[in-house]
Each structure stands twice: as C-alpha cells, then as structure tokens.
Design a protein around this ligand. Structure first.
Ligand SMILES: *Cc1c(COP(=O)(O)O)cnc(C)c1O
Length: 400
C-alpha cells in the first residue's frame, strides 16, 4: 500500500499550506501516532539524552533521588547521576518484569523528585498507580517507553499517562533511525522548562552524521537473520573501539558522562524515521501475532509465559522466556542462527561488574537479579518465527 517515502534534494517538502522540513514532518507523524499535540514532541540524538533533558526540566539536581526499576539499561541511572542525583532502585515483578508498584512507597523519601516507570519488553504495567503515587507525594513521573513506542496502556498510547515520557529509535527498538531519542511532555510547567533546557543541545558533528548513515545501513541488514550473529559480533567490536557510534561508549559503561552528550537530532535521523513510521503499524501488528504464537508454544509445554490478561497492554517488542541455563540457550540459538535478545544480561544492562558504582546493591533486588540470570527475550519478527519455534522445541527441557 504505502512504499517507503522518498525525500530528496534539500530535505524540504511542500505540504499543504507551506514548506516543512523533514524534521517537522517526523515530529508531526510521531505526534499523530502518540495522539499528542506536536509542540509536546522533542527530538534528541538518543533516548538517554531525552531522559536527561526531562530530568533537567523537572529540576532534578544534586542530592535529589529518582526511583527507577532495578532491571534497566545502565544509561538510565547514568542520566540521573550526570545531574548529581541518586538512582534509587525498586525491584520488579516476576510476571511483568516491570517495577513492583507495591514496593515504591517504601523507597520514597523527602528527596525523591521523580518516579520512572518502564515498559519492559513493550509491556506497560501499573502506570496509573505510579501516576497516582506521583500526585499523592508531589513527585513527577516519567515513562521509559524505549520498548513501548506505539503500544498502549488500558487503551491510552504509552507515554501519555505520566508527566512525560521518552522513547528510543536505536536499531533494536520498536522502530529504528539507527540511533535516536524522543520526548513527550504532558505537564505544562515541565514543557516550558524543557524549551529552555533544549536550547543547550549541541548539533551532531559531520563525523557522527556520516557514522550514523553507516549504522542505519547496518541496522537494515541486522534485520536479516542470516547475517545477524556475524554482524552483531562485528558491531560490538567496532563500537567498543569507538570506531562506530555504538549504543554505549566506554565511559558510559563506567558511569562517566561522555563529551558532547547533550546532543540534538539530525535530518538524517528524521528522514529514516519518516520512512520507518510508514511501515510501523504493520510491523507492530505482525509482532503481536508472532508473540502470541510464541506464547501458545510455551503454554502448550507448560512453560512460564506472559499472562494473557496482560496482552492488551503489551506491544511485544520482545517475548521473555525463563531458562535454567541461559548460556546453553544462547549457544543453541547461535548454532541455529536464530536471533535472540540478551537484554537484560545484568540488572543494569550491559554492565556486569561493580554495580555499586551505580548505587545498586544486588541483595536488595532479588527478582531483578534472578531475572537477569534466567530471562532471555525472543524476537517476535516474522522472519524469526519458524527458527524461534524450533528453538523452543529443541530447548524445551531448558525452559522453565
Ligand atoms: C535502549 C534503552 C534506553 C536508552 O535508549 P537509547 O536511545 O539507546 O539512549 C533506555 N532505557 C531502556 C530500558 C532501554 O532499553
């Protein structure tokens, strides 16, 4: 029906009443999908930068505390710590892998400024309760929708219940611009602060932009199952050496703020975003269908699966499986050339050592620590379906 959008020349298009840049067009398309006014949508180099901007717009600073799930990416506590604030973790629930709402209140102190709710693997859970707790204690709330773009919570688009939300369009996320971040703000005071905060964004440099183009090509081919494992190996090596713009650079894995972290969005990302969003609705529908079939296959074998009552709030970026021996599962997947996700390989993915540096004490978060050891995530992509179903079959004795 709708082929990829071609945008040519100067990136200027004539639309209706006037001329718009491809960035305007991208923001409008995002606003339409998220059912918000376009002035609420801001764009950033990465999702973590969007989070940093939101925290800043919520006046988070030295000595403040931010509550977040104990099962997340290290770049999330990083954004908090770069502001001099303290990440305070809340354990997750086994069934949802999202923050355990009943443990939030015991972590609130007079220093708490923000509660961060995360749509783990695409599932939004307890968001109304978190928003209510925020109101009760006069604390702002943010949804980490990096896994949940395009999904919904009780019929409302993900990211519209709390004061603000951020999204990622990194190559692994619901749709990809190579790397990229989005914020949506529902609270007027935060929105006016954010405009001020955003004026400090630096522009991506020429080198980064060229590198990003290479990453976009990589991301397109990573979608090709046959090349996945070899490409991932190459990518990890290159991003470790700083040769390509990887998801996380060396300093970020040590909790140190990289140079020029607070970076804005580029036209090349917007261009890819517009093209990707045209096929997004179809892909989201396919994902849910494949995930439901993974769920059936697990259920038939009496394995742990996503409870059906949660399907309505799940956009199934990934489908979690619980394993006895995670390493063995990955070895089998690699051998069979089946794409399987290894997030979260630690409670603060992908850092495995010295979690105390991020204020994380493993003994306090038993569910998150257990999940990091035993959960892998299946990829609900039509191109992976038969391979993944075969893997569920051959690894059945390893699945809990
Ligand atoms: C990927 C991810 C982020 C950060 O997104 P980037 O665009 O890579 O900065 C934040 N939170 C979670 C849970 C993620 O998976």
């Amino acid at each position: 029906m709708e082929g990829p959008q071609r945008i040519t020349g100067t990136d200027m298009l004539t639309f209706g009443e006037g001329r718009k840049t491809v960035t305007d067009l991208y923001r409008e398309e995002l606003a339409r999908i998220l059912e918000v006014d376009v002035r609420r949508v801001s764009l950033y180099w990465k999702g973590r930068v969007a989070l940093f901007a939101l925290l800043k717009a919520m006046n988070v600073g030295k000595g403040d505390e931010v509550l977040l799930p104990a099962y997340t990416c290290v770049v999330v506590p990083n954004a908090i710590m770069y502001l001099g604030a303290k990440p305070v973790y809340v354990d997750i629930e086994r069934d949802t892998l999202c923050m355990n709402v009943s443990e939030i209140e015991s972590r609130i102190t007079p220093k708490t400024r923000v509660i961060l709710a995360q749509n783990t693997f695409g599932l939004s859970a307890g968001v109304d309760d978190i928003a209510r707790l925020g109101k009760k204690y006069g604390i702002h709330t943010i949804e980490d929708c990096t896994h949940g773009f395009g999904g919904a919570y009780n019929g409302t688009p993900n990211g519209t219940v709390c004061d603000a939300a951020f999204y990622s369009s990194q190559w692994n996320k619901p749709f990809s611009t190579g790397i990229g971040g989005i914020s949506v703000v529902n609270n007027e005071d935060v929105l006016s602060n954010l405009d001020r905060v955003n004026s400090d964004l630096v522009s991506p440099g020429v080198y980064e932009t060229i590198n990003l183009a290479a990453l976009q090509i990589f991301a397109r081919h990573v979608l090709d199952t046959r090349l996945y494992w070899s490409l991932v190996d190459i990518y990890r090596k290159l991003s470790k050496t700083g040769f390509v713009v990887g998801s996380s650079s060396g300093p970020e894995l040590e909790g140190i703020m990289p140079n020029k972290y607070f970076k804005g969005f580029s036209q090349i990302q917007a261009k890819e975003g517009v093209a990707q969003l045209r096929r997004f609705g179809r892909i989201l529908g396919e994902r849910k269908g494949v995930a439901a079939r993974y769920g059936n296959a697990l259920e038939e074998r009496g394995k742990r699966c996503v409870p059906r009552c949660l399907y309505g709030n799940h956009s199934f970026l990934r489908y979690p499986v619980w394993l006895k021996d995670k390493k063995r599962f990955f070895d089998s997947a690699r051998k069979a050339r089946v794409k399987v996700g290894d997030w979260f390989m630690s409670p603060l993915h992908p850092v495995v050592n010295n979690l105390e540096r991020w204020g994380f004490n493993e003994a306090e978060y038993p569910v998150a620590v257990h999940a990091a050891r035993h959960v892998a995530n299946l990829v609900p992509d039509v191109r992976e379906e038969s391979g993944t179903l075969a893997l569920i079959e051959s690894e059945a004795s390893n699945i809990l």
